[in-house]
Design a protein around this ligand. Sequence first.
Ligand SMILES: NC(=O)C[C@H](N)C(=O)O
Length: 342
Amino acid sequence: MSTKKKIYIAYTGGTIGMMKSAHGYVPAPGFLAKSIAGMPEFYRPEMPEFTLCEYSPLMDSSDMTPADWQRIADDILRNYGDYDGFVILHGTDTMAYTASALSFMFQNLGKPVIVTGSQIPLAALRSDGQTNLLNALYIAAHYPIHEVSLFFNNRLFRGNRSTKADADGFDAFASPNFPALLEAGIDIELLNGKVEPIKSLPLDVAQVTTQEIGVVTLYPGMSANIIDNLVKHPVKALILQSYGVGNAPQGGPLIDAIKRAIEAKIIVLNCTQCFKGTVNMSGYATGNALADVGVISGQDMTIEAALTKLHFLLSQTNDVEKIKGLLKKNLRGELTNEVHSD
Ligand SMILES: NC(=O)C[C@H](N)C(=O)O
């Protein structure tokens, strides 16, 4: 009997398996499997066994919706007992959203789930796809970290801490508020990840549906009408991308509009528009004003984590106070939750 680990690859689409066409890169059924079959590196003795499941249709990740997150989660659940780990091949555009969403949807995850893809198709010259996929498979088999993670450009990040940081470079992802789980340099170095033996608890998958959530970035001179319009029925939540440590203009029509929204039972979550750092609404009077009207701190969550956490929670319950409580809690390592509890 083979002692090799078995990894399931869910191939959802993305540049990694695309082909050039007259309209730019497009997904091409069967093309990725054929490209992999022609690369002996994937079949070296150190590599795990793998099964590639190609989705139909293959998608550019910009076309994905929460229904696609559900499809991936359900697929992993169906195959959970038969494999030691999972690699999801995915487009980079919304990869951090899917990785974040899956992290909330899976409960009792006892095997590694690694999301990866590439900036250049696997079959093209100078592709980053081969390195990303080879490493993701190798790490899932030999460094099993039981969380949803994202592998790109030799680093493994916690999925719900990652964000697309470069539109056209190979170093396309960053994890601004949490160190990498692992780095694949000359040696594979385990950093903030925890390698564990497989857990035998049954996996639970939550149902997630599309939710009406507004996202707005504050800018100097922004009219209160924008907030009033954004929170019209059936919007249930608004993510406010505020300044610095969570500040917004105080005492004007904007704060009144936010107050009206909260009185209408809309959840307003404060995330910073800065790339890195955390919201702390007690830092300045301008942040305090938001806390005073009932805005919830998004602490150091990425926009992808905040958005998908809201999708997850709003799909589970209509209880606004319960959701507000859970937003502040660290559910899957998505927020640091150390210093600021506002
Ligand atoms: N590099 C990529 O995969 C980008 C592609 N548009 C996608 O997200 O599917």
